[in-house]
Ligand binder design. Structure first.
Ligand code: SF4
Ligand code: SF4
Length: 388
């Protein structure tokens, strides 16, 4: 006997039969959209695109038979911006330019609902995730993001090289703790400014070119200003993620992690937390670093247990991100604790460990790893608002 199921489509509970009808409607609509688009312009087809995307972690999306269940299930998909089925079609057809011009992969918050509902186990949620990885590689003018996503040995080599660099520096200053801490503090400020100017500004300009300029979208200057709120709301609150049907605890965890991480960054870089004499700043730093490592423990745990659909397929970049964020919070917390207990001088290894994690975070994960998703998603929502 066929089991009757109830699923949620854009906030409404509907019966199985109705969901099939809706899926069929969406499938027809998607097909018409594809036909209309192909009439508007001839897109370049890359037959090797599927192979290329598999290096970024996509699953067997060729199993997809276009039923449209995923789009019908996704609570973030709308008639104006329909996904993930459309992105699966683009990927299957190898419409590389259309994918590069699309902001839809960034509209997905990877709740995993679509993957759970897919009758063919085509993992549409994972496909959207791998498209985000691929897009970050395309935005990155240096090409290093793509190389690191595709090559684990290269990523490991980068981590080893930075570790060797820190040890060489420590040797060069004869393990003088005061000197190392002074340079460590300077490094944070210089690294943030340099990465912003050298990596992120050109990459954001490229993203803007691919998604707004190249497709020929005309945006009045006034709209650039009036839509800026969308960027900040996405960056700090991730408001749109609240529309996902999965539990709100995930949203809350992300929210306090973003606040904790940004506050810790501000406290260490601009308020010199590791050297401050102000009690309030000191306590604030402890609280923020504790938030970072406690929340990331839960993230690591979820990835290890693979209970949720979004944690089923972790790529090395996902592990690097959560583990290094955890280490950042923990080693910063421990370093300040050892300073307050007056035992850091006898345990210089801890500061060297913290400095190593900091350098690897700032030079590998922030500019070329998963951290960039945080930035690109905020800009994607802003650009989507400009296009609306
Ligand atoms: S990915 Fe799965 S749910 Fe989505 S259209 Fe293809 S077969 Fe259907
Ligand atoms: S993972 Fe969630 S948000 Fe992303 S496409 Fe699937 S259902 Fe939509």
């Amino acid at each position: 006997m066929q089991k009757k199921r109830t699923i949620i489509i854009r906030g409404n509970r509907v019966k199985n039969q109705e969901s099939r009808t809706k899926s069929q409607d969406i499938r027809c609509l998607d097909s018409w959209l594809l036909i209309l688009k192909s009439k508007e312009k001839m897109s370049r087809v890359n037959p090797k695109f599927a192979t290329e995307l598999s290096k970024y972690g996509s699953g067997d999306f060729n199993a997809c038979f276009n039923c449209g269940n995923c789009t019908a299930t996704c609570s973030l998909s709308t008639p104006d911006s329909s996904f993930p089925r459309e992105m699966i079609r683009y990927t299957t057809l190898g419409l590389e330019d259309d994918i590069k011009a699309s902001l839809k992969p960034w509209e997905c918050y990877y709740c995993g609902e679509c993957s759970s509902e897919c009758p063919r186990q085509a993992e549409p949620g994972e496909l959207m995730m791998s498209l985000r990885r691929w897009l970050t590689a395309k935005y990155d003018w240096t090409g290093l993001s793509g190389l690191m996503y595709k090559s684990l040995p290269l990523s490991i080599a980068a981590f080893v090289l930075t570790f060797v660099g820190v040890i060489a520096f420590a040797l060069s200053v004869d393990f003088n703790l005061e000197h190392m801490m002074h340079v460590g503090h300077l490094f944070e400020a210089i690294a943030i400014a340099s990465i912003m100017v050298v990596i992120f500004v050109p990459n954001i300009i490229r993203m803007w070119y691919f998604t707004i300029v190249k497709p020929g979208t005309k945006v009045p200057f006034k709209k650039y200003l009036s839509s800026m709120g969308e960027f900040f709301v996405t960056m700090f609150v991730q408001k749109r993620a609240l529309d996902c049907d999965d539990n709100r605890f995930r949203w809350f965890e992300h929210f306090i992690l973003v606040i904790g991480y940004l506050s810790l960054l501000f406290t260490t870089v601009f308020m010199d937390w590791l050297s401050t004499q102000y009690l309030a700043v000191n306590i604030f730093g402890y609280v923020m670093s504790a938030i970072v490592f406690i929340v990331t423990v839960d993230f690591v745990n979820s990835r290890m247990k693979k209970k949720k659909a979004l944690n089923k397929h972790s790529q090395p970049s996902d592990w690097f991100f959560v583990i290094w964020l955890f280490l950042m919070g923990l080693t910063a917390f421990m370093t300040r604790l050892f300073i307050d207990l007056d035992i850091l001088e006898a345990n210089k290894w801890l500061y060297i460990l913290h400095f190593t994690v900091l350098v690897q975070w700032a030079l590998i994960i922030v500019p070329f790893g998963k951290w960039t998703h945080f930035l690109y998603r905020s800009f994607a929502m802003y650009f989507a608002k400009l296009k609306s």
